[in-house]
Design a protein around this ligand. Structure first.
Ligand code: ARG
Length: 469
């Protein structure tokens, strides 16, 4: 013990210490301290395994576990201890703390293991826990949209494609469309958690472990359902982090699209939605302004979430087999992406719940007769006209109305019959927004009946998920 010059985890074969700038450059404690709770848990499981392998006695394991409890306590109660530490990384921090508590026994804890496997195991536990928390957030967001769909039930709006008025839909149907996207994110998040769910401990630096540790027992104790299959792969596999970043990128992209719709709907041109004060800001110059900054920032931040995915892809590309220090670059973008998406989901759910809709404007837009043009074609189809021909005939109707400078709904029946004899007295009877909505009565369609069923079905899906989470 006396030959140890300092408390570093390495250095025996070095004559000189590291360059000051390089030393700063290679440190990771400022960000990997976030993994400390997992590192402590892994230390508990590892010392138990060392007992099984005959390296530590039961009494020593108990001493280590008690020391880990005290360290945990101190981390909770004295955040300065972590903030002011000069540790190189979280593994160094933990070993120093154990040695301070236990003396030389603290040095035994690292027997047979490597920081390469520790960091991979900690990071996997972090992704599993973060994915579970993010699933709750994504579900809450889908729930907020489903609740609004229920509250706004019956309000029609002008459905658009290419940002052009297309066909009437229910506002609830529109809100459920966004909710549906977030339910797909739930599946991606679950997949990320599953891909993280394998314990690396026992892989060593790259080749495995020469002590008789029980890998399955370590995995079980830490809450993993399986162990990794190949030590060389396990110390450098970061696919679980890619999967989590992909899931976060999906949420952010869906949020960005919801944000875009929300910004448009709050504009004076649409005036479909009234921005809640709590999620808007004012202008320092123009007193009348109420800006949709919450949605704009959500849309804007999406860039860095997807960038985080590509940052990690780029780091991984071309890495030789086994652990390389480049892998230290995996954590900061993922932590930042997680934090941003956590805030984005919470703010979006709050803004959705607080948004009021301008029913009058929505109804007025839905009442545009042009939205019923397809219904006219469908009417002719019911009269036996082949659809392509019916489409063409409706075009002629619209052109004639345009030529006269009137709405096609104002064209007298005789005029319509000049275009096609299939037009009959029952023509205008069923031609209105309500009938057009009711006609779309397939599962997944916008008829009130289908939308009512969809709201219930989605709420059931979300509450079942809540029960299983
Ligand atoms: N800070 C490192 C990382 O995040 C931990 C493993 C370091 N291993 C090493 N051999 N230097 O990947």
């Amino acid at each position: 013990m006396s030959e140890r010059k300092d408390d570093k985890l390495w250095g025996g074969r070095f004559d000189r210490g590291p360059d000051r700038v390089f030393d700063e450059f290679q440190r990771s404690f400022s960000f990997d301290c976030r993994l400390l709770p997992y590192e402590l848990a892994v230390n508990r499981a590892w010392t138990r395994a060392l007992e099984g392998a005959g390296i530590l006695t039961a009494a020593e394991v108990e001493q280590v576990h008690n020391a880990l409890d005290r360290i945990d306590d101190q981390i909770q109660t004295n955040p300065d201890w972590v903030a002011k530490s000069d540790a190189e990384d979280l593994h160094h921090f933990t070993e120093k703390a154990l040695v301070e508590e236990l003396g030389p026994l603290g040095w035994k804890v690292h027997t047979g293991r490597s920081r390469n496997e520790l960091v991979a195991t900690d990071f996997r536990l972090y992704v599993m826990e973060s994915s579970a928390a993010m699933q709750r957030r994504a579900a809450a967001l889908a729930g907020a949209l489903a609740d609004q769909a229920q509250a706004q039930f019956g309000v029609p709006m002008a459905g658009m494609t290419h940002m052009q008025h297309a066909q009437p839909i229910l506002l609830s149907h529109f809100l459920l469309a966004h909710a549906e996207a977030f339910t797909r994110d739930l599946a991606r998040l679950r997949h990320a958690a599953e891909s993280a769910d394998a314990c690396v401990m026992g892989s060593g630096a790259l080749s495995g472990c020469s002590f008789a540790i029980d890998r399955q027992a370590i995995a079980r104790e830490l809450g993993f359902s399986r162990i990794t299959a190949n030590s060389l792969d396990a110390v450098s596999d970061r696919d679980f982090a890619l999967d989590y970043l992909f899931a976060l990128g999906g949420i952010a992209t869906h949020l960005s699209r919801l944000a875009e719709d929300s910004v448009l709907f709050a504009s004076q041109e649409f005036a479909y939605a009234i921005l809640p004060d709590e999620y808007a800001t004012g202008s320092s110059l123009m007193p009348q302004k109420k800006n949709p900054d919450a949605w704009e920032l959500i849309r804007g931040k999406t860039g860095r979430i997807t960038a985080a995915l590509f940052a990690l892809f780029t780091t991984l590309k071309g890495l030789p087999t086994s652990y390389q220090r480049d892998l230290q670059e995996d954590k900061e973008p993922l932590f930042a992406a997680h934090d941003q998406v956590a805030a984005m989901t919470e703010i979006a759910a709050g803004a959705i719940r607080a948004t009021r809709f301008n029913e009058e404007r929505l109804r007025a837009a839905a009442a545009n007769p042009a939205l019923l043009a397809t219904e006219v074609a469908d009417y002719l189809v019911h009269k036996g006209v082949p659809f392509r021909q019916a489409h063409d005939l409706v075009g002629k109707v619209l052109r004639e109305a345009e030529r006269r400078g009137i709405s096609w709904t104002a064209l007298p029946l005789e005029e319509l019959q000049k275009i096609s004899p299939a037009f009959a007295a029952d023509f205008s009877k069923g031609l209105n927004v309500e009938a057009a909505l009711a006609a779309k009565n397939v599962p997944g369609g916008t008829s009130p009946e289908a939308v009512r069923a969809a709201i219930i079905e989605l709420q059931n899906r979300l509450s079942k998920r809540g029960a299983s989470a």
